[in-house]
Design a binder for this molecule. Structure first.
Ligand code: 2M8
Length: 433
């Protein structure tokens, strides 16, 4: 295990770029929001200054309205598409003047990451001083979400792009693509020059991705216009579960800091409403877990994915619901020939065990499930998630995603996407600690 841990440390140090980390060389050459947060959790175990710097740099790119972008383009390179020139964040009047970025966000992990850093630190006083220096920015980010991303005042926030979900080409979005007919754009993909095209989204999927951004750009990334016009408007269980977990951690941290009663009261208000709506609206009894809701077309998207189980991480389900979810997970995803936990329902015809978010196992989701299952007392299943994660990395390397079928792991070729991938390394370090 020591050797694996050292290799993980080497991966993180290799992907460190002085003030932030890249997710992996070539494929992802900039700073990504939720990658950064999860990477900081790994650094915290052996290099706290880097963990803190990672978060400081991320928050330095925050817009005046509290928004945190999903990619911060620290360097000029044309090895990634679509880059800064396509996204044009300067269209938004409150965007960062210091950094070019995208005009979309990602699962808001920062609140719970700060708590992870604090819990890991062996110098609580110094760690709390760091928290104090950045926490209001994270609070401001949550304020942005509840004020700008919840048009029906439900306590649930929407995402307006599949890239905001983090689970980019999940089969769940297929239903939304059917409602759209974007132009057949001409553009040069870069991702498929770095990794095999069979492991990445299709050209037609990219047309949809670009089209949604063109609509947002046509309205200078104005939130109200996006809520009115974006063909993609979804309440995502993973995204909202992450926000709820981060709310909870901000409350705990403000309590430790003291003197923040107003903010604690506001966070509790958001939290109560969010948890109730989440549980009422997103739990599907027939599916036996939480699902996505298509806010644009006002209909549930009744599909099972690893995101369906993310609410365990945030303590949302009652013990009874958690029991139902665990049964669903084990029945559909937990067969003897599967590694836990595929990113999409292995019993569905839309499942593809090699293709990006359409089936492979991802370390970041496994880490959340491990934590969630542990907190609900499912020690054996949590242990299996952990052992499966370690086995996948040991057999293949620090890949971005992994085939969920056990028979694919006989010769070390079951890892897909980018290699030496930062969050796979970072979260393994945390799992082994
Ligand atoms: C993947 O997404 C980017 C776009 O954001 C891409 O495919 O180009 C996703 O897995 C996303 O969740 C992740 O943050 C990003 C960088 O690791 O890669």
């Amino acid at each position: 295990m020591k050797i694996l841990q050292q290799r993980a440390i080497d991966v993180l140090n290799k992907n460190w770029k002085d003030t932030f980390s890249i997710p992996c060389a070539n494929l992802y050459p900039f700073q990504w929001f939720w990658d950064s947060g999860l990477i900081a959790i790994g650094f915290a175990h052996f290099d706290m200054p880097k963990a803190e710097k990672e978060i400081e740099t991320l928050l330095d790119a925050q817009w005046d309205n509290g928004f945190i972008p999903h990619i911060i383009f620290h360097t000029e390179t044309d090895t990634y598409f679509p880059g800064a020139d396509f996204h044009k964040s300067s269209l938004h009047p409150q965007s960062s003047k210091k950094y070019k970025s995208t005009g979309m966000t990602q699962p808001p992990v920062t609140g719970f990451v700060l708590k992870e850093l604090y819990d890991t630190s062996d110098n609580k006083k110094a760690s709390l001083a760091f928290v104090q220096s950045v926490i209001d920015k994270v609070y401001h980010n949550h304020e942005y979400f509840y004020n700008k991303r919840d048009p029906q005042d439900e306590g649930l926030v929407y995402i307006y792009h599949n890239w905001e979900s983090g689970t980019d080409n999940s089969p769940i979005w297929d239903d939304i693509w059917k409602t759209m007919n974007p132009p057949d754009y001409t553009f040069e993909r870069r991702d498929t020059t770095h990794v095999d095209a069979s492991e990445r989204p299709s050209k037609r999927e990219y047309d949809h991705y670009l089209h949604i951004i063109e609509i947002a750009k046509a309205h200078n990334y104005d939130d109200a216009k996006i809520a009115e016009l974006s063909p993609f408007l979804v309440q995502d269980p993973l995204f909202n579960a992450v926000l709820i977990k981060s709310n909870k951690c901000l409350i705990e941290l403000y309590e430790l800091l003291g003197d923040n009663d107003d903010k604690i009261a506001q966070l509790k208000k958001w939290q109560d409403k969010a948890v109730k709506s989440f549980d009422n609206k997103l739990f599907d009894k027939e599916v036996g877990a939480y699902i996505h809701y298509d806010l644009r077309n006002e209909k549930p998207l009744p599909y099972l994915s690893s995101s369906s189980f993310a609410p365990l991480f945030s303590g949302i389900p009652s013990p009874e619901r958690a029991e139902t979810m665990v049964k669903t997970m084990m029945k559909k995803f937990g067969g003897d020939r599967q590694y836990l936990c595929a990113s999409f329902d292995p019993t569905s015809e839309r499942f593809n065990p090699k293709k990006y978010w359409r089936g492979p196992v991802w370390v970041n989701l496994n880490w959340m499930l491990y934590k969630g299952l542990t907190s609900y007392g499912y020690k054996d299943i949590a242990a299996r998630v952990k052992e499966d994660t370690i086995a996948l990395i040991e057999k293949n390397g620090f890949y971005e995603y992994f085939d969920s079928r056990k028979e694919m792991h006989t010769d070390g070729s079951g890892g897909y996407g980018g290699n030496d991938f930062s969050w796979s390394a970072a979260l393994l370090i945390d799992l082994l600690s």
